[in-house]
Design a protein around this ligand. Structure first.
Ligand code: FES
Ligand code: MG
Length: 587
């Protein structure tokens, strides 16, 4: 927070009220006036607040923002700002082929270009569906104009035959039941639709709820914003208050760089453990940190997050959904429990304009069934293990979803040694998984490769591979799985994923062959192919990169510039652009 309003011109005045360039000022004024704004407004020395609209018919998860927009704008007006809504490139997780992840960096770019190139003094980021939240926070970090996030909120709880039916989670369960012959195709579809009863984003603690909880944990929303279900009255109120608040943030010049500090990221890592958050969080948080110029590393997830407990009893790690989480107090309650246990840095600044400890205002869990107190968690040491070895420099494993059955069956003192079966992508997996010739049994580890940022492209959510139907019918619901892609945050599979560097750029995973022995040691944090070094070196020497087929210009641009998941999967060249609002574009 540098200057105050008294001694500073707003950036937008360079467009709308610049006597040094009357020709351009006239052009800007006449065209923005013709829609509804008056010259008096545009030259009133009031801040122009952009609202980055992510909702549309193509993005149902965020469509609630179309209806929240009136309340956001009313809040901005009442606080003395002038709202200007604009679209960003759409991203919807399940509808976008080949992956929504491919488009995260495109939505990021589209926001950066708008915020830099138009007369905007601050911005409301309308977040929701998985990648929309990190994409917009990444853009706000690069530009470093005052910014506040507002998510659309989760859908109402889904129900199927008297049980909560959670987004995504019911798909994975139904996939198994279909393989077991217990349901048919029609029931599969009915179960899936039952999980989506209203507007909103996924109602499980999948990537959408995770990333919005972490946006709040980082301090980039008003307290309590993340968990309010989309159709609730409180969601409308939060939209109004967020609109009001961004105007005050612009007046106080409270920027992302004041909020997104390393301490805030470490708080978010701890919150991610407590909520049982998605394995997609590490690359997204890493990307936001890099665009903000904050030091963060994949190893921070184990160092700061592993030993924390799981407090939130929400699918996929637990049983409840978004409504229960909201009624139990949502993110402030989780952070309040962690803060009271001395686990968070309460001094970090938040979008509320107050340090975290003050913004939380003593919030605690209102329902110990849904949000456990720190000393009575659902699970101890529930964070991510960061593994390394000759197959990759780093990969993650989410310990909160490792079931007791899986531990008993596969992990003897945290060690599992098995035989590798390798698939070259999801098509190969689907073609061959039920082939008896592969000899898959409970001593098998399933591998999938060439599904990372470059390989797929965009890194696909395919590592949570289901065992062959015959094994599922025999009661083996999960095998250990490993890959250079990701998995849905709604999956309860204990996969080893986000392996970096990926096979397509020559990571060790590229050298693995079906039949190799592989040893996982969770205590040592290693996963290694047990292959003679000479043999490994010979495979390395013979390795040829896979053929890459670009189907669109963006795919080629993305693949040319993208880094690895462990480094956030950023457009590497973009990380050099920092705080770009400090310079104006040419007039
Ligand atoms: Fe969009 Fe889950 S698919 S929020
Ligand atoms: Mg997903």
């Amino acid at each position: 927070m540098s200057d105050t309003r008294a001694n500073r011109r707003y950036r937008s005045q360079e467009w709308f009220d610049n006597p040094n360039n009357p020709g351009m000022t006239a052009l800007y004024l006449e065209r923005y006036q013709n829609q509804t704004f008056t010259k008096g407004e545009l030259q009133s020395e009031r801040p122009i607040i952009g609202i980055a609209q992510t909702g549309s018919d193509l993005v149902p998860c965020n469509k609630i923002h179309v209806f929240l927009m009136d309340r956001i704008k009313a809040g901005i007006r009442d606080a003395g700002g002038i709202p200007m809504e604009f679209p960003v490139h759409p991203i919807q997780e399940t509808g976008k082929r080949p992956t929504a992840a491919l488009d995260r960096n495109l939505q990021y770019l589209s926001l950066v270009e708008v915020l830099h190139g138009y007369p905007i003094d601050g911005v409301v980021l309308t977040t929701g569906c998985d990648k929309t939240t990190p994409a917009l926070l990444m853009g706000a970090a690069t530009v470093n104009l005052p910014a506040i996030a507002l998510n659309g909120g989760p859908m109402l709880d889904g129900w199927w035959k008297g049980k909560r039916a959670g987004s995504g989670t019911i798909i994975w369960e139904s996939r198994r039941l279909l393989a077991e012959g217990k349901i048919d195709y029609a029931e599969f579809m009915e179960r899936a639709c039952a999980s989506a009863p209203s507007l909103g984003h996924c109602n499980t603690m999948g990537t959408a709820s995770t990333m919005n909880a972490l946006a709040e944990a980082l301090g980039m929303t008003l307290p309590g914003a993340a968990a309010i279900p989309a159709p609730f009255r409180e969601r409308m109120e939060m939209a109004y208050f967020t609109g009001r608040r961004i105007v005050e943030m612009v007046e106080a010049d409270l920027k992302p760089s004041d909020i997104l500090t390393r301490a805030a990221f470490l708080n978010a890592i701890k919150v991610n453990t407590a909520i049982g958050g998605s394995t997609n969080a590490p690359p997204h948080l890493q990307a936001i940190a890099r665009h903000m110029g904050v030091e963060l590393d994949v190893t921070d997830w184990q160092a700061h997050g592993l030993k924390l407990p799981l407090l939130v009893n929400m699918q996929p790690a637990g049983e409840y959904l978004g409504e229960g989480f909201f009624r139990a107090g949502g993110v402030p309650a989780v952070m309040g429990e962690l803060l009271a246990a001395g686990q968070l840095d309460g001094a970090v600044m938040t979008a509320a304009g107050k340090p975290l400890a003050e913004a939380l205002a003593g919030a605690r869990s209102l329902d110990h069934d849904v949000i456990r107190p720190f000393d009575r968690p659902l699970r101890e040491e529930a964070g991510f293990v960061v593994l390394s070895g000759n197959l990759f420099d780093s990969a993650l494993m989410k310990t909160s979803v490792i079931s007791a059955d899986f531990r008993a069956r596969f992990l003897k003192n945290g060690v599992f040694e098995g035989r590798a079966v390798v698939f070259e992508g999801p098509e190969d997996y689907h073609d061959r998984i039920n082939d008896p010739a592969l000899g898959i049994d409970e001593t098998t580890i399933l591998f999938i490769r060439n599904v990372g940022c470059v390989g797929y492209p965009g890194s696909a959510e395919v590592v949570n591979m289901q065992p062959p139907d015959a094994l599922i019918r025999a009661g083996i619901r999960h095998l250990p799985t490993v890959g250079d892609g990701r998995q849905s945050g709604t999956s309860e599979s204990p996969s080893i994923l986000n392996a970096s560097p990926e096979a397509a750029v020559g990571g060790g995973l590229a050298l693995l062959q079906t039949g190799d022995r592989v040893r996982l040691d969770l205590t040592a944090g290693t996963l290694n192919a047990v292959v003679e070094p000479a043999e490994w070196a010979a495979r390395r020497a013979a390795w040829q990169p896979p053929e890459i087929l670009h189907q669109t210009p963006w795919q080629e641009i993305y693949r040319t510039h993208v880094g690895q998941l462990a480094q956030g999967g950023c457009l590497e060249l973009a990380t050099a652009y920092q705080r770009i609002a400090e310079t104006l574009p040419r007039d």
